[in-house]
Design a protein around this ligand. Structure first.
Ligand code: COA
Length: 259
C-alpha cells in the first residue's frame, strides 16, 4: 500500500516507520503524500488508538526535506511543498489520538518539524536535532518557526533557527524539545510503554484533552477556559465518565467503552 512507509497495527497501536534509510528517511513528495494518507487512516480507523512515528535504520529519524527536490523548486512549487507538509503534520497533530515520535537518530529540518508536530517526543541517546535550513539559504517550511518557539521559548528557538546548529539528545531534553531520552535499544519499548499508559485511559477523555490543548493554546485565557469547561460538561454526559467514577468508588479498574 505504501512505497516509503511501513504501517504496522497491533493491539490498537499503529507504528509508522518512514522507510528510506539509504537517504536518511528524507521527506520527498512521495513520503509527504503517504504520511498524509497514514494520518487520515489514523484519524478515521477506530482500531487505531495511538501512534508511534519513527524512522527506519539506526542513523536517522528524518534528515529533513529531500534536498534533491528542493534544489529544483521555484517560488510557487516551493510554497505548495511547504503547505503540503504543513497540512500533513497538522493532520497528525489534530487526529484526536496520541502520537509519539520515537526519534532514533538525526531529526533535522523537516524531521525536527515532524517530531514537533507529534504530541510527545522520546529521543534515543544518539539523536541529533536541528533546523539547518539557513545553511541552504532557505528557511523552515513545515512549522519550524511556529512550533519551536512554542516548545523551547523564543530566544532558544531563534538561536537554533538562525545558526542552523545541531544539538544532541541531552541538550534537546534540557531545553524541553524532547520529553525523555532513552538508550537506543530501549527507545521503541519505552515509547510503546508510554503510549500504552495513555491509550488505557478513557478514549473520549484523551481526545478531549488533546483538543483542548491543541485549540486552547492559541486562544485567550478566557476563551480557552470556556472551551475546557465545555469539554468538562460534555464528558460528564458520557458512560466513560460514569464508569471511571464508579470504578474509583468501587476500588476496581475502569472498563472504558469509549461511549
Ligand atoms: N535530502 C536528500 N538526501 C539526503 C538528505 C536530505 N535532507 N540527508 C541525507 N541525504 C542522503 C545523502 O545525500 C546520502 O545519499 P547518497 O548516499 O546517495 O549520497 C545519504 O542520505 C547519506 O547521507 P550522508 O550525508 O552521506 O551521511 P553523513 O553521515 O555523512 O551525514 C547528515 C549525515 C545528516 C549530517 C547529512 O546527511 C546532512 O547534513 N543532511 C542534510 C540535513 C539538512 O540540511 N536537512 C534540512 C533540509 S531543509
Amino acid at each position: 500500500m505504501y512505497s516509503t512507509l511501513l504501517f504496522d497495527l497491533a493491539d490498537g497501536i499503529a507504528r509508522i516507520t518512514i522507510n528510506r534509510p539509504d537517504k536518511l528517511n528524507a521527506l520527498n513528495a512521495t513520503v509527504i503524500g503517504e504520511l498524509a494518507q497514514a494520518a487520515e487512516r489514523v484519524e478515521t480507523d477506530a482500531e487505531v488508538r495511538g501512534v508511534i512515528l519513527t524512522g527506519a535504520g539506526n542513523k536517522a529519524f528524518v534528515a529533513g526535506a529531500d534536498i534533491s527536490e528542493l534544489a529544483r523548486q521555484g517560488p510557487f512549487d516551493g510554497k505548495a511543498r511547504a503547505l503540503a507538509g504543513q497540512q500533513m503534520m497538522r493532520r497528525f497533530e489534530r487526529c484526536g489520538k496520541p502520537v509519539i515520535a520515537a526519534v532514533n537518530g538525526f531529526a533535522l529540518g523537516g524531521g525536527c518539524e515532524l517530531a514537533m508536530a507529534c504530541h510527545v517526543r522520546i529521543a534515543s541517546e544518539s539523536a541529533r536535532f536541528g533546523q539547518p535550513e539557513v545553511k541552504l539559504g532557505i528557511g523552515p517550511g513545515y512549522g519550524g518557526t511556529v512550533r519551536l518557539p512554542r516548545l523551547v521559548g523564543k530566544g532558544r528557538a531563534l538561536e537554533l533557527l538562525l545558526t542552523g546548529a545541531m544539538i544532541d539528545a541531552q541538550e534537546a531534553w534540557r531545553i524541553g524539545l524532547v520529553n525523555r531520552v532513552a538508550p537506543a535499544d530501549r527507545l521503541l519499548d519505552e515509547t510503546e510503554s508510554l503510549l500504552r499508559s495513555i491509550v488505557e485511559q478513557g478514549p473520549l477523555a484523551v481526545r478531549s484533552v488533546l483538543e483542548c490543548v491543541e485549540t486552547g493554546y492559541d486562544l485567550s485565557v478566557d476563551q480557552a477556559l470556556l472551551l475546557e469547561a465545555n469539554h468538562f460538561g460534555l464528558l460528564s454526559a458520557t458512560a466513560d465518565m460514569r464508569e471511571g467514577a464508579a470504578a474509583f468508588l468501587e476500588k476496581r479498574k475502569p472498563a472504558f467503552s469509549g461511549q
